[in-house]
Design a protein around this ligand. Structure first.
Ligand code: NAD
Ligand code: DAU
Length: 353
């Protein structure tokens, strides 16, 4: 089995690469531009594996992508490369439109040309998995869950760009008959998570005795999934998901942001007592513009149809994650050259004269 993974130097992509190479014994070509968010240190433990190859390329570069596909001849493409941070999309959406929309378009077109050139058996077996987010569904009130049939209603430039890419993926099946499956997942957390995102930012800031910035009043809810559970789900969806279908991925672990941050503080008090009590570092700050109130996934279709189940719950997963960051400064330390922890995503205030 040969799998081309885009974005394999990122958080989730690197978990997918590690899973496919080390657990499944698949041949993997990792195609990644290595933006600020990508680092090959996340795939260090597969870099000398004979089943693993890396190509630095931009998914918007059709020539490079076509050449990579033609020479590697994948049985599957798992497309994860994206600009992924909501706050960055608020202050600069261009990279999001380019990579998430035009990059996905380029991936679909290059994959289509290759797929059409295959012999009938290869054509039948080929799959393209488009990896997306639950943020395309917008915001939930107190009740209800995102289902695969929930209408799209994205709030941020990031989620709007991902929604556009999902529509392209669906259209490529309906119009060209391409064997594409789409997955929409909730918030991931775990090792190798770039420290601009809530959980790693809070752990590292707590370790350094810096303020822990909680947006608004901290009652926004996210549904947390351990990244290795997501990687397993993506492999299963790529293998057995029905063509043209969407599968929601989530582990039924809804938490208010403030409760996530307090849990990290309690774990830090136990594992790194020097800065105790870490809760005193919590600081409420100006809210994110367009901040979605609540996300929560109904993963019944994936569980019943494809037999996937999350193995990690939030309590065990967050403890593993805090310990991992405390033990792996070699990984996150150098990334601070790309991002120093300062606030992102605030609009400039316009003062009335
Ligand atoms: P990430 O930001 O950690 O990694 C993205 C990777 O894509 C990086 O390695 C980066 O170098 C690469 N990349 C960016 N632009 C590129 C380009 N033009 N060409 C080639 N490579 C490029 O992101 P992540 O959190 O791992 O997310 C991966 C995918 O999963 C994204 O599509 C995201 O929308 C989706 N997703 C993320 C989450 C989450 O909680 N992080 C949840 C659901 C879905
Ligand atoms: O739901 C899936 C999405 O989850 C993915 O598609 C995105 O790629 C991923 O980044 C994530 O988006 P969020 O915006 O939910 O993640 P983030 O870690 O940025 O924020 C989580 C919550 O914490 C959100 O409600 C905003 C809040 N927050 C975030 C930061 C960085 C804070 O309160 N303080 C912070 O400093």
């Amino acid at each position: 089995m040969r799998v081309l993974v885009t974005g394999g130097a990122g958080f989730i992509g690197s978990a997918v690469v590690r899973h496919l190479v080390l657990e499944k014994g698949y041949e993997v070509l990792n195609v990644d531009k290595l933006t600020y968010a990508g680092t090959l240190t996340s795939v260090k433990n597969v870099e000398t594996n004979p089943f693993y190859r890396f190509l630095q390329a931009d998914i918007c570069d059709g020539q490079a992508i076509s050449a990579a596909i033609s020479s590697f001849r994948p049985d599957r493409i798992m497309h994860l490369a994206a600009e992924s941070h909501v706050d960055r999309s608020i202050t600069g959406a261009r990279d999001f439109v380019e990579t998430n929309v035009l990059g996905t378009f380029t991936m679909l077109e290059c994959a289509r040309a290759y797929w059409q050139s295959l012999e009938p058996a290869g054509k039948e077996a080929f799959r393209f998995l488009h990896v997306s987010t639950d943020e395309v569904y917008g915001s939930l009130s107190e009740d209800g869950l995102f289902e695969e049939t929930t209408p799209y209603d994205p709030s941020s430039p990031y989620s709007a760009s991902k929604a556009a890419s999902d529509h392209l993926a669906k259209a490529w099946t309906r119009t060209y008959g391409m064997p594409i499956v789409v997955s929409n997942c909730s918030n991931n957390y775990g090792p190798f998570h770039f420290p601009e995102k809530l959980i790693p930012l809070m752990i590292i800031s707590a370790l350094e005795g810096k303020p822990l910035p909680v947006y608004g009043n901290g009652v926004n809810i996210r549904d947390w999934l351990f990244v290795e559970d997501h990687a397993r789900a993506l492999d299963i969806i790529a293998e057995r998901g029905r063509i043209g279908e969407t599968y929601n991925v989530g582990g039924r672990n809804e938490r208010r942001n403030i409760d996530v941050v307090k849990r990290i503080c309690t774990l830090m008090d136990e594992l790194h007592p020097a800065g105790k009590p870490h809760e005193s570092l919590i600081t409420y700050v100006q809210d994110r513009p367009g901040h979605d109130a609540r996300y929560a996934i109904d993963a019944t279709k994936l569980e019943n149809e494809l037999g996937w189940k999350a193995q990690e719950n939030f309590d065990t997963g967050i403890e593993k994650t805090v310990k991992w960051y405390l033990e792996n400064e070699w990984w996150w330390g150098p990334l601070r050259q790309n991002y120093d922890g300062s606030r992102l995503g605030l609009l400039k205030t316009v003062t009335q004269k």
